[in-house]
Write a protein that binds this ligand. Structure first.
Ligand code: ATP
Ligand code: MG
Length: 556
């Protein structure tokens, strides 16, 4: 057993330092703040695990806060999906909060800024405002409205909030520093007029606060101690701190710390981009098993344990990098191997007949899961006519081919040793049936001498008349490029893989009949498969989660 204490990540180190310097552990408080404008993705798993694991480690509350300041994109169906995903990952939030619950307070604070000559209403176009901002190397120029009397700004702002001015007519800007080296400090917009129905406040508000104006204040209201966000928010930190320094508040001030986003190869991790795939119908909804969304990965058969293992293995870093999709697959295999019942399933069948098998049929037994011996065994029907994978047979093969060929022996998993005798071909010369003989004393687990005989290959099979025909969805990567959204001249949409889904049938042993929605199986020698939500008892549909390294062919 590994008794070493895991090294602290850099955020834990910051917290430990704060505690050493007198910050009370009772005041630790974290939050996960998604905007309800889409479904959560694998990147969010990192942010969720980071915050909630800190909560568990320090016995501190973690709020779920919906950052719902933009009514144009937000919907309650996303709120519900986000809650379901976090629960499924195994975490419990302390309070369910909404930035929109703070609209009243934010509005009052905005009036405070105006009255103290720290904010002003501007009626210029957004293009003009952007132009006046200057560039990172040259200072911006002041808006002609910057020095208008606070009373005038106040009057207009109140009118804006009463719906007296149309969308785009005015904005409220914080009066900070048009020469700041940080462009975000050059009098940022903190309110805009939007005539949209909000998913919670409905039509009450006509002005909506911006992300920057809302986030730090929401953290303050909830008394979050450590506000953790991804690196793209680093330049926003000056603004975050300025607002909290400027407002008439006297409780503890939260501290923002940034960590690197999780990027995964061959996919995109941004709700906005994923929404485009859904809207353009390039995938079948947010929970399409090809999507890197939590709901898509769940439907594909990834377990919450495997996703948590994945983000833990990827680690918390200060610098951006791209994690290989193969690590995610490794984590899925690692967990599914421990929990998935084994079954025999043949995807591309060819018929195999045992010519000297003179019994009608018999029941053999196989372990449900060799990783969990106490689960016991399952019954597997065996008969004269079987199906095996077409690729497991070659009429003639070289010495490295350890599967079935004429004149050589292989073992049928959990059954007997067989030998290829001859083939039946159709008019085109294609093999339609393989005729074999079997050694009746070689039954697996019988303890006989013959059963202990070593043969090089072991094949999976199903009894033809007992096989259950099911549908399987086999997925390839959703994008053909490892970094689809990193091309200057092309959109990530251009890299969508047109062949990312193949649907075919498979023939599975009858123990599959007890499968329940969402349960995972190992189709032996093939991979892990999960029963899809659209499946029914008369029409089983399985999603391939991930392939299996074909290791025991040689081992056994
Ligand atoms: P959008 O594309 O709409 O901005 P998003 O995917 O960036 O969506 P947000 O709702 O903005 O998601 O993010 C919620 C929280 O999750 C934020 O704290 C953000 O920093 C974090 N987060 C988002 N994407 C990642 C990622 N890839 N890795 C780690 N954390 C992330
Ligand atoms: Mg974002």
């Amino acid at each position: 057993m590994d008794n070493s204490v895991p090294a602290l990540n850099f955020i834990e180190k910051i917290i430990e330092d704060d505690l050493t310097n007198g910050f009370s552990s009772k005041s630790l408080r974290f939050r996960f703040p998604p905007e309800p404008n889409g479904f959560l993705h694998i990147g969010h798993v990192k942010a969720i695990c980071l915050n909630f694991n800190l909560g568990l480690k320090y016995n501190a509350p973690v709020n779920l806060r919906f950052d719902d300041t933009n009514p144009q994109n937000e919907e309650s169906k996303y709120v519900e999906a986000i809650k379901e995903d976090i629960k499924w990952l195994g975490y419990k939030w302390n309070k369910e909060c909404y930035a929109s619950d703070y609209f009243e307070q934010l509005y009052k604070w905005a009036l405070f800024l105006i009255d103290n000559n720290l904010a002003y209403v501007d009626s210029q176009s957004s293009e003009l405002i952007a132009e006046q901002k200057g560039t990172p190397l040259s200072p911006g120029s002041e808006s002609p409205f910057r020095n208008q009397p606070p009373a005038k700004s106040r009057k207009t702002f109140v009118e804006m909030s009463e719906g007296k001015h149309p969308e785009g007519s005015y904005v409220l800007r914080a009066k900070i520093d048009m020469k700041s080296p940080n462009m975000l400090m050059r009098d940022p917009v903190i309110y805009r007029v939007l005539d949209k129905t909000h998913h919670r406040t409905r039509d009450k508000w006509k002005v909506y606060p911006t992300y920057d104006w809302t986030h730090g204040e929401s953290d303050y209201i909830e008394q979050i101690s450590h506000s953790l966000c991804t690196l793209e928010f680093k330049p926003h930190r000056d603004l975050y701190d300025w607002f909290l320094k400027t407002l008439p508040i006297n409780k503890s001030i939260p501290k923002q710390t940034e960590f690197a986003r999780l990027n995964l190869s061959y996919t995109v991790t941004s709700k906005r981009k994923l929404k485009q795939l859904v809207d353009k119908q390039l995938v079948n909804g947010w929970d399409d098993p090809r999507m890197p969304t939590i709901s898509g990965l769940r439907r594909r058969g990834y377990t919450s344990e495997s996703l948590r293992l994945f983000v833990e293995t990827a680690g918390i870093a200060k610098r951006e990098n791209i994690i290989e999709a193969s690590l995610l697959e490794f984590c899925a295999r690692d967990h599914l191997n421990k929990i998935a019942p084994r079954v025999n399933a043949v995807l591309n069948p060819v018929k195999l007949t045992i010519i000297n098998y003179d019994k009608h049929e018999e029941l053999l037994s196989g372990e449900i899961n060799p990783e969990q011996i106490d689960l016991g065994t399952r019954e597997i029907p065996f008969s004269k006519n079987l199906l095996i994978e077409r690729e497991d047979f070659k009429e003639e093969a070289n010495r490295k081919f350890f599967r079935l060929t004429l004149g050589k022996e292989v073992r049928l998993k959990n059954a007997y040793i067989i030998k290829g005798e001859s083939v039946v071909k159709n008019e085109e010369g294609k093999v339609v049936e393989i005729l074999c003989s079997y050694d009746k004393d070689s039954k697996s687990g019988s303890g006989s001498e013959a059963s202990k005989r070593k043969v090089k290959g072991t094949l999976h099979w199903v009894s033809e008349k007992h096989a259950i025909k099911v549908k399987v969805n086999i997925y390839d990567r959703l994008f053909v490029d490892p970094s689809p959204d990193q091309h200057k001249d092309k959109s990530f949409i251009d890299f969508v893989n047109p062949n990312s889904l193949i649907t075919q049938s498979a023939f599975v042993e009858p123990s599959i009949l007890s499968a329940k929605q969402g349960s995972s199986y190992q189709f032996q020698r093939v991979g892990y498969f999960n029963l899809d939500k659209k499946s029914s008892p008369t029409n089983f549909i399985f999603n391939k989660t991930v392939g299996l390294r074909d290791s025991w062919v040689k081992k056994k």
